[in-house]
Design a protein. Structure first.
Length: 563
């Protein structure tokens, strides 16, 4: 009995020393000696105790609290990841700088005001073309950098997949080692060091994905699942791999993590992986779609207004930038990138020698009134143009419309397009492209800025069209939801700022919640130096008392033997 008591005190001192040595070790769980009372012995008519023994060494761990910690950690990392990418997006947009899209947009429209003040100066029209090019370049640059951010997130997803495989393999291996040790010991004995390592691996895994941990009875092993998918089953880990799916809104491929065997996409609802998915597909991807829509509306609205005007000189030849999918289909169903509606447009044909100009109106019927042959197709439009004296129209092999003056003394221009056909075809337009990635300036204007369509009443120095173009930042449009083009862009960036602030607040809230849970865990599983010092003194005094008890027994035996 005395020997077992010495063993209890000695092992208690060793566990206290282990706790003190790991007081600052992360993920360390305080250990405690399990002391059990021995069975009762009969001594004549009496029943006497037989002392105590060490039942095992266990960790002071609240498994339910650990599960809540893992869940809180997953949520915190998820929102922190989203917040980080919102901050990167705000930095990229640079709305508080003087080189942002808002400033470039204002500079562009301000340059049109200079054309109003100097309609006869080609240099001012050249400046407007240059400012337009700067605006297009800024949109191109932002679009490219957003795409680079999404591709970078794809690479982060690949890294997360590697980390998941490493951690699940480590957990499965530790499961095997823990089972081997604990299966050969008493039920109270735990492989505490290996359990600490496994706890650390589980914590790291919870930072990547949402997980649920369940411990198997009598084996010491754990199962780890994410959603409805098991990642670790005892000593077997199910690896994951990276697959690529097409983004329905873009031309890039999206990296997703699938589980080997079932090929199911790992349903991450929190953790870094979920944050990366949201950042790539909703935060960055969502803004890319909004920016593309903004560029599309800017191109459409500006070109519709621009195409109905005239420059300082007319055209001797012109080719549409857009091609139709079918030359015999109604133009609103011919695959043009911009909307065409019922309306009309005018063709101005001028003799440069006499200065006499003739105006010809062409109706653009596109609503089916029961007679499909009356609908405007590209072939019919070309025929209408060919009926106008002085110009010829043909359709090339790419299904593009080509218009050419019949004489070197003839020039043509366009006016009053209420159908949007010229903007859709890309004839007499300012911008090219359909989104932020492809927006550019019409090469015709780059080569000859004098063709900037400032006039509305014929080829020359009139500024009627430039007045409308310059007023576009203050002109509300139904296509823009009743907003101006500048309000539309400002609302886009306000949403980014508001969502960034909201996400940051949620991230801080999750961090505060995790911190409170970590404090509870520290109270249960952490090492308290004062408490361990008291335990050390208790085991020391117990050891000393047991040693004196042995000395007393030895003295009694000596007395007995000398009798």
């Amino acid at each position: 009995m005395a020997g077992r008591a010495l063993n209890v005190s000695s092992l208690g001192i060793q566990v206290v020393g282990q706790n003190l040595a790991n007081a600052d070790s992360p993920h360390y769980v305080r250990e405690q000696v399990v002391i059990n009372t021995n069975g009762t012995l009969r001594s004549g008519p009496h029943a006497l105790g037989s002392g105590s023994h060490v039942g095992g060494v266990v960790q002071m761990l609240d498994t339910f609290l650990e599960q809540r910690l893992n869940s809180a950690q997953s949520d915190g990392v998820n929102w922190a990841t989203q917040s980080r990418f919102y901050m990167q997006l705000e930095t990229l947009l640079g709305e508080l700088s003087d080189v942002d899209i808002s400033t470039t947009l204002s500079d562009f429209f301000n340059s049109i005001g200079d054309v109003l003040n100097h309609p006869e100066g080609v240099a001012y029209r050249q400046m407007t073309v240059s400012e337009g090019q700067r605006l297009a370049n800024e949109l191109n640059t932002v679009s490219t950098r957003l795409l680079e951010m999404r591709l970078s997130i794809n690479r982060n997803v690949e890294t997360v997949a590697d980390q998941i495989n490493r951690l699940t393999e480590e957990i499965a291996s530790l499961n095997r080692s823990i089972c081997e040790i604990e299966a050969a010991r008493s039920p109270a004995t735990q492989a505490v060091g290996l359990r600490d390592q496994r706890l650390r691996a589980v914590s790291e895994l919870s930072q990547l994905i949402n997980i649920k941990v369940t411990e198997c009875d009598n084996t010491g092993m754990i199962n780890v699942s994410s959603g409805s998918d098991l990642l670790v089953m005892g000593n077997i880990a199910r690896p994951v791999y990276v697959d690529y799916v097409q983004d329905p809104y873009d031309q890039m491929s999206l990296a997703v993590i699938r589980i080997t065997g079932t090929n199911n996409i790992l349903g991450a609802t929190s953790g870094e992986l979920a944050g990366l998915y949201v950042a790539r597909d909703e935060i960055i991807g969502g803004y890319m779609r909004e920016l593309d829509q903004f560029a599309f509306l800017l191109i459409d609205e500006f070109n519709r207004m621009f195409a109905g005007g005239q420059g300082m000189t007319g055209f001797s030849e012109l080719t549409s930038l857009a091609a139709v999918s079918s030359t015999t289909a109604p133009l609103n169903q011919a695959g043009l990138p911009f909307h065409v509606q019922n309306g009309s447009l005018k063709i101005l044909v001028e003799n440069t020698e006499t200065g006499i100009a003739e105006t010809h109106e062409i109706l653009i019927p596109l609503l089916n009134s029961g007679n499909p042959e009356s609908l405007m197709t590209l072939e019919r439009f070309a025929a209408e143009l060919n009926s106008i004296p002085g110009i010829n129209a043909t359709i090339n092999s790419f299904n593009q419309l080509e218009i050419e003056a019949e004489s070197s003394l003839t020039r043509f221009a366009f006016a009053d397009d209420t159908s949007g056909l010229l903007a859709a075809l890309g004839m007499n337009t300012f911008f090219t492209g359909t989104d932020a990635r492809t927006i550019g300036i019409n090469d015709v204007l780059v080569r000859d800025p004098g063709k900037f369509a400032a006039s509305r009443n014929g080829i020359g120095y009139d500024t009627g069209n430039a007045v409308s173009l310059a007023a576009m930042p203050e002109t509300k449009s139904r296509n823009l939801g009743g907003m101006t083009i500048t309000e539309y862009y400002r609302n886009m960036n306000n949403r980014v700022s508001n969502e960034s602030a909201r996400t940051q607040a949620i991230a801080k809230g999750n961090i505060a919640y995790f911190t409170s849970l970590a404090a509870q865990r520290a109270a249960i599983s952490g090492v308290n130096l004062d408490e361990e010092s008291i335990n050390m003194m208790i085991f020391q005094r117990s050891y000393q008392a047991t040693a004196r008890y042995i000395t007393t027994l030895n003295s009694m035996l000596d007395s007995l033997l000398t009798m």
